[in-house]
Design a protein around this ligand. Structure first.
Ligand code: PGA
Length: 251
């Protein structure tokens, strides 16, 4: 097994799968993907599915959210301390469903980013424009603002994962076009290069997310600047998930 995984595939299960369904899914996927060489595979079950997974490289566990405080009176929240105790290495932050349905602000996200990095976990930091913002030509501005705000509390240069997820492509069955993804990823790289030294940037993989399926994965992974995928719907099915991982491994 090659320890140097150049690419990443994240399965974001959202509010799906009971713990036993999740653990058998993971067990089966790991068995089917034993020969994968270039892909870090990150499973993000709901909180109840995080305990007892015991994954080994190149398979890891991610959380879909966390709070910025390590403990206290925060009903319904979970801390980085608790997540680490479950064996979590990655935390999805700034997902558009958190931003839109739960009204998470850029401020909340930046505090979470700071807490996750300080805890030694790797953020999977999601950014992306709405359809309205794209139509009115604000995509670059939105991405710039989200990135600047998100990194405000991050003091140390550790590994991070960025996920470009145009909001209009998430769960809609309409993935972004090759040129739109290429332009957005280039823009993200440009913004990051103003903020971080070159040698650090190599440790910031940029994923695409939004209606990735086993049918479009080959085309999308060939887009320059795409280092992997953040997958929602297609990560719930073992055949589609494992075949996307294989496509990313081979292309
Ligand atoms: P989708 O979700 O693959 O179902 O579009 C992506 C995401 O929410 O990250």
């Amino acid at each position: 097994m090659n320890m140097d995984c150049a690419r990443i595939v994240v399965g974001n299960w959202k509010m799906n799968k009971l713990p036993k369904e999740g653990s058998s899914f993971v067990e089966e996927s790991v068995n089917l993907l034993l020969d994968v060489e270039r892909v870090q595979v990150i499973f993000c079950p709901p909180f109840t599915g995080l305990l007892g997974m015991n994954l080994e490289h190149p398979f890891s566990l991610g959380s879909q959210n966390c709070h910025w405080e390590s403990q206290g009176a925060f009903t319904g929240e979970i801390s980085t301390r608790m997540l680490k105790d479950c064996g979590v290495s990655y935390v999805i932050l700034g997902h558009s469903e958190r931003r839109q349905i739960f009204f998470e602000t850029n401020d909340w996200i930046k505090w979470k980013m700071g807490a996750v990095v300080d805890a030694g976990l790797t953020p999977i930091f999601c950014i992306g424009e709405t359809l309205e913002q794209r139509k009115s030509g604000q995509t670059d501005q939105v991405l710039t603002q989200q990135l600047q705000d998100g990194f405000e509390m991050v003091n140390s240069f550790k590994k991070m994962v960025i996920a470009y997820e145009p909001v209009w492509a998430i769960g809609t069955g309409i993935n972004a076009k090759v040129n739109q993804i290429k332009d957005a990823h280039l823009q993200i790289k440009n913004i990051l290069s103003k903020q971080f030294p070159k040698n650090i940037l190599a440790d910031f993989p940029i994923l695409y997310g939004g209606s990735v399926t086993s049918d479009n994965a080959e085309e999308l992974i060939s887009v320059p600047g795409v280092d992997g995928f953040l997958i929602g719907g297609a990560s719930l099915n073992i055949d589609s998930f494992t075949s996307i991982v294989r496509i990313v491994d081979k292309n």
